[in-house]
Write a protein that binds this ligand. Structure first.
Ligand SMILES: NC(=O)c1ccc[n+]([C@@H]2O[C@H](COP(=O)([O-])OP(=O)(O)OC[C@H]3O[C@@H](n4cnc5c(N)ncnc54)[C@H](O)[C@@H]3O)[C@@H](O)[C@H]2O)c1
Length: 243
């Protein structure tokens, strides 16, 4: 079943913004949330007249996630897709993290997807309705990162994906995309220069990984074409760090 109404977190920029466009182009209704109010405003203007809803929501806040899902479910009971895309990468060494920042990185990258996935599945499963969840991890979650917290949370996202694939079967497929270095994103701008060069050197394919290319993989995982996949990790990484 190809989904019809999709929640995309972090739609104001980067992969999320490209995915919102791709899903609208594919004829879907899209509901997105972000903490970046002005980014959401320009997104809404860009897609004026199309079936797009934007909400301000901090996915690291349980209350925000609940209020957001209440509004989505009330207005769009047919919702059948969720993309946990919002992410936070600070690009700092582990010894520079204070406890509050550790909590923030875990909150955005792991707790948000846990809360949103649970609410989404809690809405669909009692009615035995089918749907799809796509999570955004990273090569960092597979091979490690110079930012230990980021490596930790992205490995967590992979674990969450496999676990929820089991928990939400057979009705909701849950898969994860693991991108390499995505150019033209705020996250790429924060990667230390020497790591940026290492990523590029490791890539086996030429050309940059654009947000739109990662959105293509997400769109595939939301579509019928990936009907046999659940608990799967698909890469969008130009073959970097073969593993
Ligand atoms: N850019 C890369 O090189 C790269 C590589 C691998 C994986 N990823 C992952 O891909 C996903 C998308 O990244 P991107 O490159 O598009 O990043 P980005 O920074 O361009 O976009 C992330 C979006 O998430 C939003 N966001 C951040 N914290 C939020 C919060 N608490 N609540 C709601 N929204 C919030 C931001 O405002 C932003 O609009 C992330 O999960 C990221 O970790 C990115």
């Amino acid at each position: 079943m190809t989904v019809s109404t999709v929640i995309v977190t972090g739609g104001a920029s980067g992969v999320g913004r490209a995915l919102v466009k791709r899903l609208l182009d594919d004829g879907m209704t899209v509901i997105t949330c972000d903490i970046d109010e002005s980014g959401l405003k320009s997104l809404a203007e860009e897609h004026h007249g199309r079936p797009l809803e934007t909400h301000v929501c901090d996915v690291a806040s349980h209350d925000d996630c609940d209020a957001f899902m209440d509004r989505v479910i009330a207005a769009h009971p047919e919702v059948d897709g969720l993309v946990n895309n919002a992410g936070l990468y600070l690009g700092q060494p582990v010894w520079e993290y204070d406890d509050q920042t550790i909590d923030r990185v875990i909150g955005v990258n792991v707790k948000g997807p846990v809360w949103l996935s649970r609410r989404f599945a809690g809405h669909l499963l009692p009615a035995e309705r089918r749907g799809a969840i796509v999570n955004l991890a990273s090569v960092a979650g597979e091979v490690g990162s110079s930012d230990a917290l980021y490596g930790t949370v992205k490995a967590g996202v992979i674990g969450l994906t496999k676990s929820n694939a089991m928990n939400f079967a057979p009705y909701i497929r849950v898969n994860v995309v693991s991108p390499g270095l995505i150019v033209n994103t705020a996250i790429a701008d924060r990667i230390p220069g020497y790591r940026y060069a290492e990523y590029k050197r490791q890539e086996q394919l030429d050309g940059d990984i654009l947000p739109e290319y990662v959105a293509d993989v997400c769109a595939y995982l939301l579509s019928d074409a990936s009907r046999t996949l659940t608990g799967a990790l698909l890469r969008a990484d130009n073959g970097c760090y073969p593993r």
